[in-house]
Design a binder for this molecule. Structure first.
Ligand code: HEC
Ligand code: SF4
Ligand code: SF4
Ligand code: SF4
Ligand code: SF4
Length: 590
């Protein structure tokens, strides 16, 4: 009764949560272009996509991905063989236990008519699968906490996942062991199956079970007489053997039973088997009910992600399906850290200590963002900096064992966040090649937005700039500002500039425009001059500063040995630093 009720309750919770979770795949808006698509349009578009895949030759690819990547998890094997062993043990063992042991009433019995959990091969297999999971869990703990695989971060979800599996497994093994030693279980069985009443016979059978099966009897203790054991064996063979393989086959339970047998009577008196049974069952139900909210949900989401990305390949998805796929991929991430291990910009973390630089942590933040939770501008800025520091190198996408197209996700999120209007100064870096984003999918006006915003944010901080994106002409020297310009000795060489314009003449950026001053504001020689006059803010407002390619042509050609490029570089850094300090609190150090 208790069992049934709690099973139904957890099943209902599980189903509701599952439906809720899956619905978020169609509701969460990720990336530009997803805002206007309705949930129902996304749902039907997905159904259409699935059907057209199933009824085409792509079904073969789907099968291949299912066997190689979902079942055998080759993508994990390719990256890290220890992790593969760990994962296949936990996942394989757990699935087999679920099918053979937890669902035995529906599956195992349907296949083998005379199934009993106490006969072989079932008894041995149950312990084997259980041992696999335990070994896997030990490996998982070892990797996370002892080996400390670099760049793998453990959050509460990861620990919960390990914990719940460990509780289920350990309670199961201890349950098996305590039942083996518990005298009342033995007694119940004898009453039910032996049909014996003769006390001598009962004693023989008991002696045999104490010796061979590890039962702890309140009256009988070995060593026993050979004749009694022989008699016991015969009785066992006639009443019990059909349903009971030798207990050694259940090697984990039997091992524990041997260890706990000195306190066997106490265990039985305390009814420990039923306590453990309750813990075991409840742990299973709780994990079932909580599954859609936990990391374990990746069992579903990752499989779907692998299959979907397996058939999609390089194809272009409709905006509706892409939004759905990306929402699902957020659930598919197992927080395994492989992507962070391979990410090419991780060195930046040493300097900036923003966790969102790590792709594995970025995806966790994006999940929060997509769920619509209110984030502070500072949190959003951190995410933005993280996605913007990415170089689009594709390494994370290639190695992700669940096949998430991280690259696409970063593109999309970057685009969305930049359009929200938070200035991101990294777009001003020549290395950003202005944006390197999805030019073809963004409206021209929107595409320019982030750049204008970032420049504007810097210009707005400059006292002399009254208008954000206009550059003021040269103004008379402002001596007060001169002291504020703290440049390195190398950059201070601007003071010997005599205004020959060679730098400007050789600059390829200047040469690119018919009317360079209109576009760029101050030209290199003018910036040197402005710096000489102490007009720091004037220099900051110039587009030239941000459009410079750092090609060093000017610096090489300058007859006065002015380090033109270095000056531009330092001015740029000063400008960003100044705005950062005014508008943002320092980045968190985690
Ligand atoms: C019809 C099959 C069947 C027969 C016959 C049978 N048992 Fe069992 N026995 C089981 C099953 C199934 C379990 C495990 C489920 C449970 O505890 O009810 C079990 C459990 C036990 C346990 C608890 C330890 C454990 O491994 O779970 C003992 C002890 C036991 N049986 C003793 C006996 C003895 C002694 C006999 C012979 C008199 C006997 N059984 C005959 C099916 C049988
Ligand atoms: S694409 Fe970006 S996040 Fe991914 S590995 Fe490269 S730099 Fe890191
Ligand atoms: S994105 Fe992929 S590689 Fe990165 S943590 Fe998630 S599952 Fe692992
Ligand atoms: S080339 Fe040298 S001296 Fe001539 S304007 Fe440029 S910085 Fe000044
Ligand atoms: S370093 Fe910059 S300013 Fe100098 S020539 Fe190259 S692009 Fe022009």
């Amino acid at each position: 009764m208790f069992l049934k009720v709690s099973l139904y309750i957890s099943l209902v919770i599980f189903l509701i949560a599952l439906i809720y979770k899956v619905s978020t795949w169609f509701r969460y808006k990720i990336g530009i272009g997803s805002e206007e698509i309705s949930t129902s349009a996304r749902f039907f578009s997905a159904i259409k996509g699935i059907l057209s895949t199933i009824f085409s030759t792509k079904i073969l690819t789907l099968l291949k991905v299912f066997v190689l990547d979902v079942l055998l998890q080759f993508r994990i094997l390719r990256e890290d063989s220890l992790r593969w062993v760990m994962h296949i043990f936990i996942y394989g063992g757990f699935m087999l236990l679920l099918l053979m042991h937890a669902l035995d009433k529906y599956i195992t019995i349907a296949i083998w008519k005379n199934y009993y959990s106490t006969i072989n091969p079932f008894m041995f297999l149950r312990d084997l699968f259980g041992a696999m999971v335990i070994v896997g869990v030990i490996l998982a703990i070892y990797r996370r906490f002892i080996l400390k695989v670099p760049r793998m971060f453990s959050n509460a979800m990861d620990i919960y996942a390990i914990l719940i599996v460990a509780v289920i497994m350990l309670s199961g093994i201890f349950l098996e062991a305590t039942k083996m030693v518990a005298y009342s279980d033995y007694k119940r069985m004898v009453d039910e199956y032996s049909g014996l009443s003769d006390s001598q016979e009962l004693k023989s059978l008991e002696a045999y079970w104490v010796k061979e099966f590890g039962v702890v009897s309140p009256k009988l203790k070995g060593p026993f007489d050979e004749v009694i054991l022989q008699k016991g064996k015969e009785l066992h063979q006639s009443s019990c053997e059909g349903c009971h393989a030798r207990p050694q086959w259940a090697f984990t339970g039997y091992g524990v039973a041997k260890i706990i047998s000195p306190i066997g009577l106490g265990i039985d008196r305390a009814r420990l088997p039923s306590v453990l049974w309750t813990i075991h069952i409840l742990a299973c139900f709780v994990s079932l009910a909580y599954l859609p909210f936990s990391k374990m949900f990746h069992i579903f989401a990752s499989s779907i992600s692998l299959l979907a990305n397996g058939v999609i390949g390089k194809e272009k998805l409709s905006p509706a399906n892409r939004a759905t796929l990306q929402a699902m991929e957020l659930d598919a991430c197992t927080h395994c850290g492989t992507c962070s291990l391979r990410c090419s910009v991780i060195m930046a973390f040493e300097e900036i200590t923003n966790m969102n630089i790590f792709p594995s942590e970025k995806i966790a933040s994006i999940r929060t963002l997509a769920s619509g939770r209110e984030l502070s501008p500072r949190e959003i800025r951190h995410i933005q900096e993280g996605v913007y520091l990415c170089t689009n190198c594709y390494r994370c996408t290639v190695v992700c064992p669940v096949g998430i197209n991280l690259q696409d996700l970063w593109f999309n999120i970057r685009e969305t966040l930049l359009q929200k209007g938070y200035p991101e100064f990294l777009v001003l870096s020549p290395l950003s090649f202005y944006r390197g984003l999805m030019k073809e999918e963004t409206v021209q006006r929107d595409y320019e937005n982030p750049l204008i915003q970032a420049r504007g944010a810097i210009a707005a901080q400059c006292d002399l700039m009254k208008k954000k994106d206009k550059v003021l002409p040269l103004t008379p020297t402002n001596r007060k500002l001169q002291s504020g310009l703290s440049l390195s000795a190398q950059a201070k060489t601007f003071s010997v500039c005599f205004g020959c314009q060679t730098c400007t003449t050789v600059c390829p950026v200047v040469g690119n425009y018919e009317n360079p001053q209109e576009v760029l504001g101050l030209l290199p020689h003018q910036i040197m001059h402005a710096a000489g006059l102490g007009l720091r803010d004037l220099a900051f407002g110039s587009n030239m500063l941000w459009d410079c390619l750092t090609c060093y042509q000017c610096q090489e050609q300058c007859p006065q040995g002015v380090c033109v490029t270095d000056v531009l570089y330092e001015l740029k850094n000063l400008a960003v630093k100044q705005v950062r300090e005014k508008t943002l609190q320092p980045m968190e150090r985690k």
